[in-house]
Ligand binder design. Structure first.
Ligand SMILES: Nc1ncnc2c1ncn2[C@@H]1O[C@H](COP(=O)(O)OP(=O)(O)OP(=O)(O)O)[C@@H](O)[C@H]1O
Length: 340
């Protein structure tokens, strides 16, 4: 993680301010007593992203990935905690103040078919965010044309409509729209999951090149580690709104230290059937997929009902993140987690 310790003034000149800093984020949906009693959708999540870095946010459906993305983009107000963009707390800003950040913080959504307005030309779509920044007329059009070229599309695509492009090309247009304002942080919400495998690889390569050329910070949201591994330096594994494990993506993928990461990795499809079968067998031999020994509890680890390693302490005490062999895992039994 890239944060300086509190009060580290002498060091501050040499410590890079993270592009994005999330601290103790809690998000609850709804209001009233029932909502307050239910577990929050996001429960005390913290992580940073440095300029030029990609952090992959992974977890099963419903784990809270999109909610974190929405909180970062200001689409869902946090219940508590902070989200800082280049050191500025954006959760405390008014809508007017936030609108000035429109250029610094952008998003690419999953579905390139529904995210582009079919009735607008590509030029109109790309010029819109520039107009909000006060860039208009020929200058805006020139930026739109340059934006298309930067994602490998011809500049004259400005005159065409989304229906004239394939899924991969549309996702390139969505990336051009996100980058046309020269942002610092981009939320990539499952940006390749609607594309076929070879197109996925091309779009991921393009994103990596653009990140490296421009020093962009990416928050890359995906269901499994396999996809984020290609683009991310670090990963945050989420389950029921809590961070289960975080660390360098290679270490977390190769030797996970949380039983949930093991289950998630073993469940992800791999191109070689023999490897897939071996992973499934290892996972079943370790007891994953069967009910754990202990019952779930509001105070303990949320993975207890599915965890083959769970003991009494897991029911009563929420395990803090701790460093175990190169990754940080929130597991009382991280040392006993079987190898993949
Ligand atoms: N608008 C909402 N109102 C109430 N609950 C919501 C709302 N949006 C999400 N949730 C709940 O918050 C939790 C986290 O959902 P979220 O969509 O962030 O998960 P996710 O990991 O992004 O899932 P997916 O991969 O399916 O998009 C889930 O329990 C979900 O039911």
């Amino acid at each position: 993680m890239t944060t300086a310790p509190a009060g580290a003034t002498a060091l501050s000149a040499t410590v890079r301010v993270p592009a994005l800093e999330i601290r103790d984020l809690v998000v609850r949906y709804g209001s009233g007593r029932k909502a307050r009693q239910a577990p929050p959708a996001i429960d005390r999540v913290s992580f940073d992203i440095a300029p030029g870095e990609t952090v992959g946010l992974v977890g099963e459906s419903g784990s809270g990935k999109s909610t974190i993305g929405k909180a970062v983009l200001g689409l869902q107000p946090p219940t508590s905690g902070t989200v800082k963009l280049h050191g500025q707390d954006i959760t405390a800003m008014s809508l007017k103040q936030r609108s000035r950040l429109v250029a610094d913080l952008r998003v690419v959504f999953q579905d390139p078919y529904s995210s582009l307005n079919p009735a607008r030309t590509i030029g109109q779509t790309l010029v819109e965010p520039l107009r909000l920044m006060g860039v208009k007329g020929p200058e805006a059009l020139q930026k739109a044309r340059a934006g298309l070229e930067s994602v490998g599309l011809p500049a004259d695509a400005v005159d065409r409509y989304p229906s004239q492009f394939s899924g991969g090309q549309r996702q390139r247009i969505a990336i051009a729209r996100a980058l046309v304002c020269d942002p610092k942080v981009v939320v990539l919400d499952e940006p390749v999951s609607a594309l076929d495998l070879s197109t996925q690889a091309q779009v991921l390569n393009l994103l990596a090149d653009l990140r490296d050329q421009r020093g962009l910070a990416f928050l890359f949201i995906a269901h499994d580690l396999g996809v984020v591994r290609f683009l991310s330096q670090r990963t945050v594994v989420l389950y029921r709104g809590q961070v289960m494990e975080t660390g360098p993506v290679e270490a977390v993928s190769r030797a996970p230290r949380h039983p949930y990461t093991v289950a998630l990795t073993a469940a992800a499809p791999v191109p070689r059937p023999a490897e897939q079968a071996a992973r499934r067998a290892a996972r079943e031999a370790a007891g994953f997929g069967t009910a754990g020994a202990a019952a779930p509890s509001a105070t303990g680890c949320p993975f207890v009902p599915r965890c083959p390693l769970a003991t009494d302490v897991c029911v009563t005490e929420r395990p803090p993140l701790r460093l175990v062999e190169g990754t940080e895992a929130a597991c009382h039994h991280a040392e006993r987690v079987p190898a993949l």
